[in-house]
Design a protein around this ligand. Structure first.
Ligand code: PMP
Length: 363
């Protein structure tokens, strides 16, 4: 057997082994195509089935219907930082942003570029930057604009290990960067105008970004945008060649999520894994969680050891034990274990076992 480690990578992250096995089995010839899915037209019946299937399954998991468009775009979640305000922040309008980490801050920066060119305003409604992004601001700490075009938030902060427990309050449509917790739990979709997520953490490989937008919100967009940057172009039809291989895997991951209890199943699985790991951190004086307890993420668990030297040893020894990619984000250090959907409970048990042994020999 080929050795696969327990993969705690923050992204691109772990994919279900069952999905990769299916991909392997279909790699040379996809269904009756006589060629792989990468080698056939994106307008072929075989690929159309995959594309439409992935969209329909994603909608069904979220319980959303015809009022929503599912778009599979390229250029990563980072392009959405720009494309969202380009489409939805009109001259004279204000958009609210909640700043809870590096990715939120980048979204703010891109929106400011659009706002400056158009005479619009970006209002940072709340920020935890002053506290090293260790928490999610409360409603009392958030100052919303009276007539915002939308409120943008990052549901899960991949680097800092914090996550919104529930959607923030707003009178306007919510726009969410859900890159690192998309389809990891059910959400109240009625509150949203647009949700985007780079696939490479919870739902597939790198190369495709899922953008879900309501038709109602879409109708409020700016006119006269460059064709490819106008969401309307992609909502109207499959305009150009999509990243077929990435979408093909997303389609399989949708099946895997469904087979494993849908979003309720993912939530139960993710909550149990996170409880195991946070439990181990809290039970020891050696490990110290970095996120405020009420803001802890189910997806990215960040913690420190007593010294940076011990952290470096922890990361290298864990790797030798088949526990992969536990190093914290390069600018913040420490340890980060990403527990995306595909990470198994057994992987977390193995990590916790290693943590106990490491503390026993180094504590
Ligand atoms: N938003 C969040 C929350 C992320 O974690 C990341 C990537 N790590 C991004 C955006 C940027 O995604 P991409 O690399 O696909 O542009």
């Amino acid at each position: 057997a080929i050795a696969r480690g327990h993969n705690f990578s923050a992204g691109p992250g772990a994919l279900p082994t069952e999905v990769l096995e299916e991909v392997r089995d279909e790699l040379l010839s996809f269904r009756d195509a006589g060629a792989s899915v990468m080698e056939i037209s994106h307008r072929s019946p075989q690929y159309t089935d995959v594309h439409e299937g992935a969209k329909a399954k994603m909608k069904s998991l979220l319980g959303i219907g015809d009022g929503w468009h599912v778009l599979f775009l390229q250029s990563g979640a980072s392009m959405q930082f720009h494309q969202v305000p380009l489409n939805f922040l009109k001259p004279g309008q204000t958009a609210d942003y909640i700043d809870t980490g590096n990715w939120s801050a980048k979204a703010v920066k891109e929106a400011q570029i659009v706002a400056r060119d158009r005479g619009a305003t970006v209002h940072v409604a709340a920020s935890s930057a002053g506290a090293d992004y260790t928490f999610i601001p409360s409603e009392a700490e958030t100052s919303r604009s009276p007539e915002a075009a939308y409120l943008h938030f990052t549901s899960n902060n991949t680097i800092f290990g914090t996550e919104f427990g529930a959607e923030p309050l707003a009178d306007c449509p919510l726009v969410c960067d859900a890159s690192s917790d998309f389809l990891g739990r059910p959400i109240d979709t009625s509150r949203y105008g647009l949700i985007y997520a780079g696939a490479q953490k919870n739902i597939g490989p790198a190369g495709v970004t899922a953008v879900l937008v309501t038709d109602e919100f879409l109708q409020t967009r700016m006119e006269g945008l460059p064709t490819l940057l106008d969401y309307g172009t992609h909502a109207a039809k499959l305009f150009h060649t999509p990243p077929v291989f990435a979408i093909y895997i997303v389609d399989k991951v949708m099946d895997w999520i469904t087979a494993n209890g849908g979003l309720e199943g993912m939530k139960a699985r993710n909550a149990a894994k996170a409880a195991t790991l946070y439990g181990a951190i809290d039970a020891s004086d050696f490990y110290r969680g970095t996120a405020r307890e009420d803001s802890r993420s189910l997806m990215n668990v960040t913690f420190r050891l007593p010294s940076e030297d011990l952290e470096a040893t922890f990361v290298s020894e864990s790797k030798a034990h088949g526990l992969l990619a536990l190093k914290g984000y390069r600018t913040v250090g420490g340890v980060r274990a990403s527990l995306y959907n595909a990470v198994s409970p057994e992987a977390v048990d193995a990590l916790v076992g290693f943590m106990r042994d490491f503390e026993a020999s180094n504590g």
